[in-house]
Write a protein that binds this ligand. Structure first.
Ligand SMILES: Nc1ncnc2c1ncn2[C@@H]1O[C@H](COP(=O)(O)OP(=O)(O)O)[C@@H](O)[C@H]1O
Ligand SMILES: [Mg+2]
Length: 219
């Protein structure tokens, strides 16, 4: 599914800038559940942004399903991202003026799905994450754990092959974190490839493997 070949990411000038990733190489097979761990500032989010086609390596290659995404143009990358990748964020990143249902519909709107189709899919996803009865609530009326469940439903909207999550339980209490973990494990069982950044040892334990980053290198 994924291959990183000697990925370097320099912030600022290529020669004098800050090397947030200093030559990272690894592969992830389809269906794997991987956790990325490491101290604050070691490059976890930088790496995840590259895996999610939100950023490019300064040097090195990033291959997604065998295609070298580091060489693609912006339009092509946006399309590939929309079709292939779902994102879950630590701070949920839901739009406050939209209902849970409308938030889940949004990626399908961008992908050009019809309204009836979007709503049916969004309702099905909200039911899957246990929020059937709260579909019309705005985020402010939902708990942190519920907001993250909306975030997961939204990430799944366009049936991605790869789910990326940057500290998805970082803002949650232990009960909500356990619920989110159970949900991720269920998705993994269904065959989704998952890569998440986490500080939570329980989540790391559930993963097939842990990638440890330190100072921009894999240990
Ligand atoms: N846009 C940026 N410009 C300059 N430096 C950055 C930028 N983003 C991140 N960094 C730096 O790169 C390093 C890695 O950041 P990040 O990937 O966010 O770490 P982590 O997610 O592991 O905490 C940090 O030292 C951070 O300050
Ligand atoms: Mg980070």
């Amino acid at each position: 599914m994924i291959e990183c070949r000697d990925v370097v990411r320099v912030y600022g000038q290529e020669k004098k800038g800050f090397r947030a990733l200093q030559g990272v190489s690894f592969m992830v097979a389809a269906g794997e559940f991987s956790a990325i761990m490491g101290p604050s500032g070691c490059g976890k989010s930088t790496l995840l942004n590259i895996l999610g086609l939100l950023d490019r390596p300064t040097t090195g290659q990033f291959l997604l399903k065998g295609t070298d995404a580091s060489r693609m143009g912006d339009g092509e990358r946006t399309l590939l991202r929309r079709q292939t990748i779902g994102f879950v964020f630590q701070a949920f990143n839901l739009l406050p003026r939209l209902s849970a249902l409308e938030n889940v519909c949004l990626p399908m709107t961008y992908a050009g799905a019809r309204r009836a189709e979007r709503e049916a899919r969004a309702r099905e996803l909200l039911e899957k994450v246990g929020l059937k009865d709260k579909a019309l609530r705005p985020p402010v009326e939902l708990s942190g754990g519920e907001r993250q469940r909306v975030g997961i439903a939204r990430a799944l909207a366009n049936r991605p092959a790869l789910l990326l999550a940057d500290e998805p339980t970082g803002n949650l209490d232990s009960k909500s974190s356990a619920d989110i973990l159970a949900m991720l494990q269920e998705l993994h069982k269904e065959g989704l490839t998952i890569i998440l950044v986490t500080h939570d040892p329980n989540i790391a334990k559930a993963a097939d493997r842990v990638l440890r980053l330190k100072d921009g290198r894999l240990e």
